[in-house]
Design a protein around this ligand. Structure first.
Ligand SMILES: Cc1cc2nc3c(=O)[nH]c(=O)nc-3n(C[C@H](O)[C@H](O)[C@H](O)COP(=O)(O)OP(=O)(O)OC[C@H]3O[C@@H](n4cnc5c(N)ncnc54)[C@H](O)[C@@H]3O)c2cc1C
Length: 230
């Protein structure tokens, strides 16, 4: 890998690859000195993915979420959405124990302390939402809205007792627009609450319309990918 090394760069090795759901592959990476990635302030990393197995391969960089990490034991997990074609998705499909890639960061932001949380997103946001659900204060109240392809793509989430989870399925035509309608309603409702935090991530055109109504509100609203970006 000949590119100049970005902040926090490490080489890591795939230790295990497991299919979580039909659309999600979990890779466990091992490496040395991973402690600075183990923070709830910055949940994401840049993965520097070799496109071939040559000794000097072309490298493509993509953002991913650390789903879980044990820096002491020297590993972290990343859950990759398996979509049709792209260096990230293809890497996840092909990686086997022993495959090496680069990681740098961490980057991105975590959640702010609040009493009420609204979290929403698609499959690419699911690893971050699953992690945030685990680190939310146990007394938090709130709602999680997830839009995924089909019921078999859902995973179980470790949420506080007063946080409920709603799944919307894209393959069921009636439910696809329902996700965005429901999210608009919930954003309007959560905006009226005191002490709330709203977190939305997903495809660019789905996410961006929520930015103006969230201006001035404690929130994160981030496009995680863009349809047709080749
Ligand atoms: C902060 C952050 C955290 C992220 N965390 C995760 C994560 O934990 N897991 C994860 O899977 N993704 C995550 N993403 C999204 C991921 O970076 C993008 O989906 C990225 O485009 C995947 O790269 P690729 O090389 O597979 O496809 P690209 O080369 O970027 O795109 C190739 C083609 O595939 C399409 N495409 C890209 N992503 C998808 C998708 N998800 N579904 C359908 N079509 C797609 C594009 O529109 C394009 O046409 C995160 C993004 C950000 C910004």
């Amino acid at each position: 890998m000949t590119e100049r090394k970005p902040r926090g760069f490490r080489l890591v090795t795939v230790q295990a690859s497991n299919r979580l759901t039909p659309s999600m592959q979990r890779l466990r990476f091992t490496g040395r000195d991973l402690h600075h990635f183990a923070t709830d302030e910055n949940l994401h990393v840049r993965l520097h993915l070799p496109l071939t197995t040559d000794s000097d391969p072309e490298v493509q960089t993509r953002y991913y979420t650390i789903r879980s990490i044990d820096a002491e034991a020297g590993w972290f997990d990343v859950d990759f959405v398996l979509h049709e074609d792209g260096p990230g998705s293809n890497f996840a499909r092909r990686a086997a124990p022993g495959t090496v890639c680069g990681v740098s960061g961490p980057c991105g932001l975590g959640i702010k302390p609040a009493r009420h949380y609204l979290l929403a997103g698609d499959e690419t946001a699911l690893p971050a939402i699953a992690r945030i659900a685990e680190i939310m204060p146990r007394h938090a109240r709130g709602r999680i809205l997830l839009e995924i392809q089909a019921p078999e793509d859902s995973i179980s989430l470790d949420t506080p007792q007063d946080v409920d989870v709603h799944w919307f399925y894209r393959h069921a035509a009636a439910q696809a627009p329902e996700f965005l309608r429901k999210l608009s309603t919930e954003v309007a409702a959560f905006k009226t609450l005191q002490d709330r935090f709203i977190w939305i991530a997903g495809e660019h055109t789905a996410v961006m319309p929520f930015r103006p109504p969230l201006r001035g509100i404690p929130s994160l609203c981030v496009p995680y990918w863009r349809r047709g970006d080749d």
